[in-house]
Write a protein that binds this ligand. Sequence first.
Ligand code: PHE
Length: 329
Amino acid sequence: VSELKAKIQEGNLTLELLEQLRVEFLGKSGKLTQLMPLIKTLPADEKPSFGKWINDAKVEMESLIQTEKNELLKKELELQLSKESIDVSAPGYEFKTGTLHPLSLIVEDLEDYFIGQGFNVAEGPELEQDLYNFEMMNLGVGHPAREMHDSFYITETELMRTHTSPVQARYMLKSEGKPIAIISPGKTYRRDPDDATHSHQFMQCEGLVIGKDINFAHLKETLLQMARHLFGPDREIRLRPSYFPFTEPSVEVDVMFTKKDGSKRWIEVLGAGMVHPEVLRMGGYDAKEVSGFAFGIGVERIAMLKYNIDDIRNFYTNDLRFLSQFKGE
Ligand code: PHE
């Protein structure tokens, strides 16, 4: 015991050296353990006191070692704590979150608004069949208005859709004569050279309502309320006669904007009209029983007006300095 005590008091111990000491004294062939067999050689009356002595020594040594071990562990922890430090005044890490694309903001806003009016949101494929994109929109083969849409044909009968109107045809066929109120946002494609106001890939949001006694006043009020939702409560709209093969009558819709110098001007934002009887018929509806209106909004145009953007290419060049300005509302 005193030998062990002396060794511990010498200091300079580490946890490993202490373990070595434990083995040296108390291990299987340790100094104390080796004394144990001697008990057999002793006369019977000395055995108990020898046993007690051995046992006391063992307990004392174990406690010496345990105390020293605790001491060493404590020192180790203190050392570690003194080496490490936390600077509570250091600035935190910045978590970079993305932002919604401005066109997504407009589309989500339109969806929310029209869902609130009882509309459904419908989707259609971007790679579309000539049948839906043109034919069922009353643009038969050879129709001169097909040329208004310079298209990307992929095969003889398939093209990248030139507008979201084919979703009208698909939805009518699916609805089998039942009333309809949908909007359908999505990507569209035209073979135009890209410049500040043209993009070969752009977005539209279609609207279609079909039911009994749907008339032009419904269309006009729907568009007025939408314009006010998008651009402010006192906004005025103006309808100009126009032509689309799939609507009759057709209109182009202007919204009033006030320029910085206070002057007012009308800016065209969408095309619309009463669904052409031929389109209803091809969609499986009886034009004598029901009527409908449709509209097609240019999503970029809305975003450019709303956010004061003067070049459509900003939407498609993925410049983070541009995109990160749109945090949503
Ligand atoms: N599809 C037309 C276009 O691309 C827009 C439109 C949709 C017009 C629905 C009338 C009705 O220009």
